[in-house]
Design a protein around this ligand. Structure first.
Ligand SMILES: Nc1ncnc2c1ncn2[C@@H]1O[C@H](COP(=O)(O)OP(=O)(O)O)[C@@H](O)[C@H]1O
Ligand SMILES: [Mg+2]
Length: 264
């Protein structure tokens, strides 16, 4: 059995000011092995965030089931941590204080908290900035704090919804490298949503391609590139082939969308 079992999941949202509901995703099934890195791509609105929120236990499935370690997901849990696109740090707390806070919430032992927070601050390369406050940090540094906070509580599964989406291309690459380095050491299961096809290939063991109307899984592409991944691989023939395949899926989806809009 895989660590995460998503079985025939559908999620419906209530339409605002109406009795009708809107099917955001349907018939989604996916098994995720412990310690693997799964990335999810798909055009905007195809339900990537919806699926991740359901994995986090922040929204309920309308149909189907999600199990982690054989247990139904019925709400948020310590076994899963979520990183959103915008780091929502506490402005009045330092870098160290923000990571501490996550541990305090989970009632870690007082004696361990300081040391552990410091360790994870160092791990994301912010050792020299532990006493800085969020407004004194760049976007990339804030997102590092966000990741440190998620990792510090020692989740089994790390859920990331476009965590580098607000960063410039260069910072994004550095963060991707760093995330892989941490992941290779810690071997957490990672589920990572991105709109960057290159990022999805570079990070993932598998890339899940989602399509829309309603959101569903179109394909799961195994990425057969050795680890550690390096920048040189971005130009390798197999990387280029993965990129072409994934681009084709997404542009076909966009064309279908335009046709629907033309008819409507
Ligand atoms: N809280 C909500 N209420 C109603 N509709 C929603 C809600 N959240 C998302 N949706 C709709 O569900 C679909 C999927 O959204 P989302 O999961 O955010 O897509 P993605 O992350 O792939 O861009 C979209 O059409 C969106 O408008
Ligand atoms: Mg989204």
């Amino acid at each position: 059995m895989s660590q995460i079992e998503i079985r025939d999941v559908a999620i419906e949202y209530k339409k605002p000011k109406s009795e009708e509901s809107f099917v955001a995703i349907q018939g989604v099934s996916l098994s995720i092995e412990k310690g693997s890195f799964v990335t999810i791509v798909g055009s905007s609105g195809c339900g990537k965030s919806t699926l991740l929120l359901a994995l986090a236990g922040l929204i309920e499935c309308s149909r189907g089931s999600i199990r982690v370690e054989g247990k139904d997901v019925t709400g948020p849990g310590k076994d899963r941590a979520m990183v959103f696109q915008d780091a929502s740090l506490l402005p009045w707390r330092s870098v160290h204080g923000n990571v501490r806070f996550a541990l305090e919430l989970q009632r870690w032992k007082r004696d361990d908290i300081d040391e552990r927070a410091a360790r994870f601050v160092r791990m994301v390369g912010l050792g020299n900035f532990a006493d800085y406050h969020p407004h004194q940090l760049s976007g990339g540094m804030r997102q590092r704090v966000n990741i440190a906070r998620a990792l510090a509580v020692d989740p089994q599964v790390l859920l990331m919804d476009e965590p580098f989406g607000a960063l410039d291309a260069q910072t994004r690459e550095v963060m991707g490298d760093e995330l892989l380095r941490i992941w290779e050491r810690d071997k957490k299961t990672a589920v990572f949503v991105t709109h960057s096809i290159d990022e999805a290939i570079f990070l993932g063991d598998r890339v899940v391609v989602m399509g829309r109307n309603p959101g569903h899984i179109r394909d799961v592409v195994e990425i057969d590139l050795p680890r550690p991944r390096t920048a040189a691989m971005l130009d390798s023939p197999s990387f280029i082939e993965y990129r072409r395949k994934l681009r084709d899926y997404i542009s076909a989806d966009m064309q279908a969308l335009h046709m629907v809009e033309d008819i409507a």
